[in-house]
Design a protein around this ligand. Structure first.
Ligand SMILES: Nc1ncnc2c1ncn2[C@@H]1O[C@H](COP(=O)(O)OP(=O)(O)OP(=O)(O)O)[C@@H](O)[C@H]1O
Length: 560
């Protein structure tokens, strides 16, 4: 009894605004109300189901509420508290940080022991002030900033008298899920070896609480071996899930997409499931590019809130697996970048800097990676590329401007969309062009990609767009002087390396790469592939994923 009564002392009055919930002031039941109220508010268990923090600590609760809500405010001046235990008036909780809302009486009906033991099955007593208050209180779960992370936090709010009960909850949920649908069913694939063995811990301690607090159905499967995620994706029950979230690096989404690609009902699979990443690995380009973060808690919020978008995939064919092409969502690379990624596995303990070290050493050595390269261009020159980018960016913004997103609409995907236009066994098509052999015989970097960020502070493909039916190709000549290579490498964080005259940057829809070396590395989505000719073509709009702003993270390419 003490627990619920003391909790009730600390609800806040609030109003809905256009951008969020505004806290007006803190309220409490009068001592008389509490004293005279029947034991209808007695609860043996925590009425708000918060197992991590007991409501017995409610005297501390108001303090933590203060810090939580003030942290949510964008405006520092709003964070001043008035009068010790009160919530700061005029504090705004943005809808983007509201995970769930429900009426408190719904919470209490869940406490069957409370109802049965205390009320003997009776409904609330008419005229009882506490009961009336209870029926007007809303439990709102928010994602509260705590240090670097977000943690779920429950608040008890009473809204203005004109909108009460169900309407408030409905309005709150609609505004909080403007671009998404609450309560999604998520299959989480955790690679326990991902991220230097931290992935499982990160998922359980940081991600899962946010997904659960958002009322999502979460099923978790640990991958037990290489290729396991691919096997799982081949047999996933499509009706059961909305999202497959990979608590891993980029390796597990690569496997999931390939598992789905191998299904007989792949059109249905790619239509139904959104594939996303919770950044728990060492390479987390998908999360960086789509959720705009490496922090698993912020990515979890994005998974819950972000709209679904369609992105192009790239389909790879090599002689070794000619009859079963593989899909790539991120990149293919040969030369310096591939060697720096794959051949530095032995210094994995260094984390992402091992890659930079590898690139640096290879560039210092002016190592070259001769090849033949044939390309089907979408935009060959830098000017053409800019036009292509501007056109597709505008088109994409036009599509997204339709205010709220219709979550019930499923884009049709058909088997014909999986059929390749080109075969690696056939001659180079007539409308493809050969890249100047003077460059390809002295190739330094070969990197083709579909997402802007490949690592933190490495905006390698700043002109990448989710669904423009093409992908970016970046090439350099190993003969470029070190004095010219240095500024190129140093501008990778801004993405302006592609503007340097020594960097070849095009948009392509297909290519064939024929290495002219005995031994080197081809890497696809960070995984080592056979060292033999590689043909890649775009498969437009096949993959459904989640992206926090309805596109990739902003790269500012148009202003470069
Ligand atoms: N239980 C397991 N044991 C060993 N390897 C596994 C296991 N589960 C998945 N893998 C493999 O681990 C590889 C890397 O996975 P992931 O991308 O999630 O991790 P990572 O830490 O980011 O590694 P990377 O640096 O390769 O990106 C994948 O090829 C995957 O098949």
């Amino acid at each position: 009894m003490r627990k619920l009564k003391s909790y009730m002392h600390n609800y806040s009055r609030a109003i809905l605004t256009d951008t969020g919930v505004m806290i007006k002031d803190q309220q409490s039941l009068s001592a008389d109300d509490v004293k005279n109220s029947p034991d209808v508010f007695d609860a043996a268990s925590d009425p708000f189901g918060d197992q991590q923090e007991s409501t017995a600590r409610s005297s501390l609760e108001s303090t933590s509420l203060i810090s939580c809500v003030t942290c949510l405010s964008d405006n520092e001046s709003l964070s001043e508290t008035r009068g010790g235990r009160s919530l700061p008036a005029n504090t705004l909780i943005p809808y983007a940080k509201i995970l769930h809302a429900r009426k408190v009486c719904e919470v209490t009906t869940e406490l069957s022991s409370y109802r049965d033991d205390v009320t003997s099955g009776q409904d609330t007593v008419p005229g009882d002030p506490c009961a009336e208050l209870l029926s007007s209180l809303i439990e709102v779960t928010i994602a509260k900033p705590r240090r670097q992370d977000l943690v779920p936090k429950k608040l008890l709010l009473r809204f203005g008298t004109t909108l009460v009960g169900e309407d408030i909850v409905e309005t709150l949920m609609q505004r909080s899920y403007k671009y998404s649908r609450p309560g999604k069913s998520i299959l989480v694939l955790v690679n326990p070896h991902g991220g230097k063995g931290q992935a499982k811990k990160l998922f359980l301690s940081k991600v899962k609480p946010i997904l659960i607090a958002s009322n999502c159905d979460v099923e978790e499967v640990d991958t037990t071996h290489q290729g396991h995620a691919m096997e799982l994706a081949r047999t996933i029950e499509l009706d059961k899930y909305d999202i497959v979230a990979c608590a891993s690096g980029d390796g597990i989404p690569h496997e999931v997409l390939n598992g789905l690609f191998q299904r007989e009902d792949r059109a249905e699979a790619f239509k139904k499931l959104a594939i996303t990443q919770l950044p728990c690995g060492s390479g987390n380009a998908m999360s960086l590019s789509c959720h705009g973060t490496l922090n698993p808690t912020y990515a979890a919020l994005s998974v819950v809130k972000a709209p679904e978008i369609r992105i192009d995939l790239m389909c790879c064919t090599q002689e070794s697996y000619k009859n079963q092409p593989r899909v790539s969502f991120l990149s293919q690379t040969y030369g310096i970048i591939a060697e720096s990624d794959i051949n530095t596995e032995f210094i994995r303990w260094m984390g992402p800097s091992r890659f930079e070290l590898g690139v640096f050493v290879n560039i210092l050595q002016r190592k070259k990676y001769p090849c033949e390269l044939y390309v089907k261009y979408s935009a060959k020159t830098k000017n053409e590329l800019r036009d292509h980018y501007n056109f597709h960016k505008k088109k994409q913004e036009g599509n997204a401007s339709g205010s709220t997103i219709d979550n019930t609409r499923q884009e049709e995907i058909e088997e014909a969309q999986f059929q390749l236009k080109y075969s690696i066994s056939e001659e180079i098509p007539e409308d493809w062009e050969v890249v100047d052999p003077a460059v390809t015989n002295n190739l330094g970097i070969f990197y083709s990609g579909k997402m802007p960020y490949i690592a933190p502070n490495t905006k390698f493909f700043p002109a990448a767009l989710p669904c423009d039916g093409s992908f970016d190709l970046v090439l350099t000549d190993a003969r470029t002087s070190l004095t010219r290579m240095a500024p190129i490498l140093l501008s990778l964080d801004k993405g302006s390396h592609v503007l340097q005259p020594e960097v070849i940057h095009s948009k392509v829809s297909a290519y064939r790469l024929i290495p002219k070396m005995e031994n080197s590395v081809i890497s696809v989505d960070g995984e080592k592939f056979p060292f033999e000719p590689l043909q890649v073509e775009v498969l437009p709009g096949l993959c459904k994923t989640l992206s926090y702003n309805g596109s990739y993270v902003e790269t500012d390419f148009e202003n470069m």
